[in-house]
Design a protein around this ligand. Sequence first.
Ligand SMILES: Cc1ncc(COP(=O)(O)O)c(C=O)c1O
Length: 371
Amino acid sequence: MDLAVTADGTGPGDLDLVREQRNRQRGRRGAFLGYPVNMDVDYRAFGELLDVLWITVGDPSRGYHARLDLQPFEREVVRFLAGVAGADSSRTYGYVTSGGSENNLFGIHVGRERLPDAPLYYSTTAHYTVERTARLLRMEPVPVASTRDGSIDLAALRAACERRPGRGAVVVATVGTTVAGGIDSLPGVLRAVEPAGEHHLHVDAALGGLVAAFAPNPPGWGFDAGADSVAISGHKLIGTPVPCGVVLARAELVGTPAEVEYLSAEDSTLACSRSALAPALLWYALRRLGHRGLAARVHRCLDTAAYAVDRLEAAGFRPWRNPASVNVVFERPAEHLCRRWRLSTSGPVAQVIAMPHVTRAMIDGLVADLR
Ligand SMILES: Cc1ncc(COP(=O)(O)O)c(C=O)c1O
């Protein structure tokens, strides 16, 4: 495929090259088992809406940018997800970000502004960008061991805080680690950081938060369980055709926004221009699903995860999963099978993640290959 951009530009066939890419992507859907993204998306109705610039700036919750009022969608997405995350939406700040990493950067930054000398505590199974965020924000990174179920080792966290008394703690608790779906106990984390003094608890709930919200016997994961800021991904459980995320924080913790005269905007977000399409896509998905639709989706994913455990066991593997997680971990199979089914791997284990596009038939296909 010749994608060279030439001096003269070319013609109408160019879109066919993009279409080929999209067709390849569609073709992968049936064997895409190991990554926490939702391939079951269909936003073709938006095609005809792409003849305007979907741009927004500033806070969705404060003021309004007079020339491009695209923020009502964003406000409703934030209001709805704040409620799901156990917050009083009238006291919650939030906006739509570029994805999970920006979510975490924002939440950790809020913590750093509150507690400038505090180290950043996180488990070794937290997302790899968390350590990078500590470096970006010039915080002392304190990785803490994790236990066999992928959650943070609370005794090790307490010991790490005891070695740094009185400096405060910014802590990332992960609800649904990328590999194994480990869920950090928020009450346990809050007890463990007591020796540090004041704390800011940021919850990286990229995929696991919405799963936990609708799982039977849900673990506490949101503001009602002690979170100060919460990160939720848009392209994971909800499913958008481009990456995006939603970050939420207790409004009183978010500093004074920049007053940007040339934009007539107040802005506490991390960027200036942001996508206004992402909030519209998220709103469209949530509006169609509603609370009940999301719950039904989670139940179906958990059911598929349970089915994967059964089938793998029947095939002689020793699969394992957290009860409130859609990640199923098992012994790493031959490399060509990891590639064929796009299993994500970590040392001796591979995983299937029962995202909304994953069906029982796909699990059957994998298990047939594994036998
Ligand atoms: C737990 C967790 N946090 C953060 C991220 C990063 O999200 P993004 O890829 O949208 O930046 C991921 C990605 O898989 C994740 O699983």
